[in-house]
Design a protein around this ligand. Structure first.
Ligand code: SAH
Length: 346
């Protein structure tokens, strides 16, 4: 297995069979070896800097019914909310003072937020904070909507593809959602000029080793600027309530593989990783990740954006989250920086 890891390090790609062999058969020691190389690659490009993104969860209304997600339309127990433009601008103000230079507006697919409302919001944020990057994560739209957001000042778009296998996609989503459309969205976003983030859940129901290997081929082909991955975590009000969660070990291993496959990629150590293990986010950084996304949502709504059970940081003020992550990163020899944290070409 070490030879395969060396090959990936040297060539930044493997065959599907080779990826699958690594994913299925590595030892703990080989995983550590992978992480030593993925850290080296990360240090070469990004040093010991950790970029922070202020996450603003602006609506938990959603017209979709994804089987894994706690804010799916059919979940009658979800306590729905929408932030106003003023709420969102207050989050940005607080975030700016705390050193955030990227704001991520994430939400369910909520038809209330028309293109007009979105572009107005984006313009307002960009006018007040021209030195900040704006990331939108609001699901699938048509090309013209993405173009309008971009023209209003959005810099980045985060749209996890969830799985690179169309058949697997159909096991995670109702028939009204199509894998082909989601993938087309990612290519549209790239064409428009966004810094694009895709991503997938590790250990989602029905996922196989081959699927995980396919993920690596998919990202190699798409060449996204960001890849957001985290373990699947069951949510008690969804059809997948009794499914087992993705593991820390497998998520870390995939982070290491992604770093070697796309050396310059922006790679978050996610909240879901911090949810399945108390030191999950630190371990994610040590596996090659270089981004963390503290929550900037008002505390009053945080418990309502429950994509999965036991989500961490739902009771803390933004300043506490920011400080906590800063200390966590310091404890492992990294530093949180105040910077937009754009994709670096070299
Ligand atoms: N509506 C937006 C944002 C979705 S929520 C969109 O469609 O992109 C952001 C991400 O949370 C999803 O892409 C999914 O990968 C992740 N997520 C949702 N439910 C989850 C669960 N039960 N466990 C782990 N991650 C989950």
């Amino acid at each position: 297995m070490k030879q395969l890891i060396d090959k990936l390090y040297n060539q930044t790609t493997l065959t599907k069979e080779e990826y699958a062999a690594l994913i299925a058969h590595h030892s703990a020691e080989e995983a550590e070896y992978l992480f030593s190389l993925s850290r080296e690659v990360r240090h070469r490009c990004y040093g010991h800097d950790v970029y922070i993104r202020g996450l603003i969860e602006f609506t938990n209304y959603c017209k979709n019914d994804c089987y894994y997600c706690g804010i799916r339309r059919s979940n009658q127990n979800a306590d729905r909310y929408r932030l106003t433009k003023e709420d969102i601008l207050l989050c940005c103000q607080e975030g700016y003072e705390l050193g955030f230079r990227t704001f991520v507006l994430q939400g369910g697919e909520d038809p209330y937020f028309t293109d007009e409302k979105m572009t107005d919001m984006i313009t307002s944020i960009k006018t007040r904070y021209p030195d900040c990057a704006i990331t939108i994560s609001a699901g699938e739209k048509e090309h013209e909507s993405y173009q309008a957001f971009f023209d209003a000042g959005a810099d980045r778009y985060l749209l996890r593809h969830e799985t690179a296998n169309a058949k697997h996609y159909a096991q995670l989503h109702p028939a009204s959602l199509s894998w082909q459309h989601r993938i087309r969205c990612l290519y549209d976003l790239k064409t428009i000029g966004y810094q694009v983030g895709c991503g997938f859940m590790v250990g989602s129901p029905f996922q196989t080793t081959e699927d995980l290997a396919q993920e690596m081929l998919f990202i190699k082909e798409l060449q996204p600027h960001m890849v957001g991955i985290g373990p699947f975590i069951a949510q008690h009000d969804t059809p997948f309530r009794s499914r087992s969660n993705g593991t820390l070990e497998q998520t870390l291993f995939m982070l290491g593989l992604i770093r070697l496959t796309l050396p310059h990629v922006l790679l978050p150590s996610t909240t879901a990783l911090g949810t399945i293990h108390p030191l999950g986010r630190e371990k994610g950084i040590l596996a090659g990740a270089n981004v963390v996304m503290p929550n900037l949502s008002p505390v009053s709504v945080r418990k309502k954006y429950m994509l999965y059970d036991n989500k961490i940081c739902t009771g803390d003020e933004a300043a506490e989250c920011r400080l906590c992550l800063q200390k966590r990163m310091q404890s492992i020899g990294y530093r949180v920086v105040t910077a937009r944290g754009d994709y670096k070409v070299s």
